[in-house]
Write a protein of this length. Sequence first.
Length: 319
Amino acid sequence: MQLTTPKLFREVLFFLAALFAVTGAIGQEKYPQRPIEFIVPWGPGGGADQLARKLGKLLEADLKTSFPVINVPGATGNTGMTKLLSGQADGYSMAILIGDTAATLVAGGARWKLADVTPLAIAIRQPSGLFVKADSRFKTWNDVVAEAKAKPGTLKVAILGFGSADDITMNFLAGKGIKVIGVPFASPGERYSSILGGHADLLFEQAGDIHSFLTSKQMRPLIVFGEERMEEFPDVVSSKEAGLEIYLPQFRSLVMKAGTDPQRVKLVADAIARAVKSPEYAAFLKESLARKDSFLPASEAQTFIAGEVDTMLKFSPKK
């Protein structure tokens, strides 16, 4: 008995051809076709927020789509990372992963691992430091050391969060007899106002993120965590000079969820590489008091982040 007729056979072939055509069209969908969310795991006004808004504007002009900034503060950046990783790996969401959030991989505060993200670039690298209000009783870093040793555990330092690079540095100082209390503020604005309003004695931050407070003479630096002094602050001691060989410079990377189509990852990564070559971005780095060679492409970003995590592990309290 004949199970099919020529007509039925042709109809089946037509259906399969149509199905493959639709599937192929979906696979080759033009990207991007809609806005790409730019997740900032911190509140408005801080360095990560400034980076997202500056870079997002440059990417919009290149990729012809918008990059709405979504601020998702909390848990030293892990609330924002959760938003990224709970979404689809479709290339329509990216986030800023900073050194302080990467530090929580060491401290145990993260519920994700590096393999869960695909880095697009390292966008900015900046030295960190400790700052005080302009009229603070502390005139030099030695003044802080003297009081911290005379009254251990009384000085308050505004930090980004527990388990952060800030927190790791405070624990390192405590191990050197400079015992201070780290007070976390998820909102950059609250962190900055804490020393201006007298709620904290010192602020752990990157100079570029508080550039306006420094130029307006509302704040001043006491120590920079690095091997050398910053050229912008030639009279401010480096941590190496002070016998404190801990640096942990801040970095801000751009990541997508692992599993995103490599072609989509490359398209955005290539756009970022073009954007950072613009005069506008170069001016942003200068204003942020960042390294001129801050940018690292996607091909180097994963290794860089892993290396920074290893360094933070070295300075973390032994379990």
